[in-house]
Design a protein around this ligand. Structure first.
Ligand SMILES: Nc1nc2c(ncn2[C@@H]2O[C@H](COP(=O)(O)OP(=O)(O)OP(=O)(O)O)[C@@H](O)[C@H]2O)c(=O)[nH]1
Ligand SMILES: [Zn+2]
Length: 362
């Protein structure tokens, strides 16, 4: 292996000293760090710094070795992974690094498992179209999901070019998004795009309903040059890769954007995010006379008082209760348990790599 540092090449993709430190035993075992740009059945597209040429490359890799019975633990766009480039017949994922953050929604059709939309992100852009009347309840739901991920949420009201009252809508949305920046943009006219770009750093995931304008916004942020069919020649000349189908796209000034598929239903998975999304209600409840106030008929209830004097809207309160009821379905914090299991597996793996029986060719 050539003696060059992958750090400068991969830093634009979010690689940093902490990742590198975690990865050290695997580098010694001949594995290459890579970030997952797209997931397909049994395979992934990963971005890596080629250990021989020292250039950035997009590579297809077999992911079957790291598949897990629980879908939450499976490779996801944004995951950092260890790739065995020497594996035959094709490059193979040998391990997944523990995640720092992840957007996890409840799996489809009442399944108990979660579904990961993006991993290792620093901010979550909740993309909402101004072309239709914004559904505040849905935005609250997305905000809870975003807070739960561990990344910082931002609301982006897009298609500003089709309405004249964007600023009114923005102040309505600000009311229901305490502590969150709400921006108005248009991918069509470019309005607000520079301001949005200035808010972004590191890895950003876009979430929202189908048709909200996520892909168009991704294009506007990354610039058409980046999204245009960009080809890199395979090291062995066998073929060429295009990046048009990637979900993880680099930003011109560093950092990446992860576009996620449009979501029709967003079931929450975990409750901490809900408490953050409704932070002002949590604060109100602290002023109730009784520590275990049910906010119904108890004397000295600060929530009831706020509802009575209008500082807390009935709609917001109902929305909070609804999401809370939904969350009670998740009896235990399974996501925390899964993250712990994954960390254990990672530790076992790095230990084996260090040992005399390392399975990886040097
Ligand atoms: N007028 C206007 N139209 C926009 C804007 N952004 C997106 N659109 C249009 O809205 C439609 C949906 O945009 P997409 O970017 O495909 O939406 P998406 O959120 O990626 O949708 P999915 O891929 O289904 O999740 C397209 O017809 C876009 O041309 C905008 O700023 N202004
Ligand atoms: Zn109360």
């Amino acid at each position: 292996m050539n003696n060059f540092s992958v750090a400068p090449l991969l830093s634009g993709f979010g690689w940093d000293e902490a990742w590198a430190a975690e990865f050290t035993p695997l580098t010694e075992a001949g594995l290459t760090p890579a970030r997952i740009a797209r997931v397909d059945r049994g395979q992934c597209e990963v971005v890596l710094a080629d250990p021989e040429s020292g250039e950035l490359r997009t590579v297809r890799a077999d992911s079957r070795r790291v598949l897990d019975p629980d879908p939450v633990n499976n490779p996801c766009t944004g995951d950092w992974t260890a790739v065995d480039l020497a594996a035959e017949p094709m490059a193979t994922l040998a391990a997944l690094l523990p995640r720092r953050t992840a957007i996890v929604r409840k799996g489809a059709r009442g399944r108990s498992e979660g579904q990961v939309l993006a991993a290792n992100i620093d901010s979550v852009l909740i993309v909402v179209s101004l072309a239709a009347e914004p559904d505040l309840g849905r935005i609250e739901r997305f905000l809870s999901l975003a807070w739960e991920s561990g990344a910082e949420p931002l609301v982006v009201l897009t298609k500003a070019d089709v309405v004249d009252d964007a600023e009114y809508i923005r102040s309505d949305v600000e009311q229901i998004a305490p502590g969150v920046t709400v921006l108005v943009v248009s991918a069509e006219t470019g309005e607000g795009i520079d301001v949005l770009r200035a808010c972004l750093g590191g890895s950003t995931a876009l979430i929202g309903q189908s048709g909200a304008g996520k892909s168009t916004l991704t294009n506007a942020l990354t610039g058409t040059d980046t999204m245009a069919v960009q080809r890199t020649r395979d090291r062995d000349g066998k073929g060429r890769h295009t990046t048009t189908t990637r979900e993880l796209v680099p930003l011109p000034g560093g950092g990446v954007v992860i576009d996620t598929p449009g979501l029709r239903e967003v079931g929450l998975f975990g409750g901490e995010g809900l408490r953050q999304a409704f932070g002002e209600i949590e604060e109100l409840a602290e002023d109730c006379r009784f520590h275990d106030c049910g906010h119904n008929t108890e004397p000295g209830c600060a929530v009831r008082a706020a509802l009575a004097n209008g500082t807390l809207s009935e709609r917001r309160w109902e929305s909070y209760l609804k999401l809370q009821r939904e969350n009670e379905w998740i009896a235990s914090r399974t996501d925390a348990r899964l993250a712990a299991a994954r960390l254990q597996r990672w530790k076992a793996m790095t230990k084996t790599m260090r040992g005399p029986n390392s399975p990886i060719r040097r």
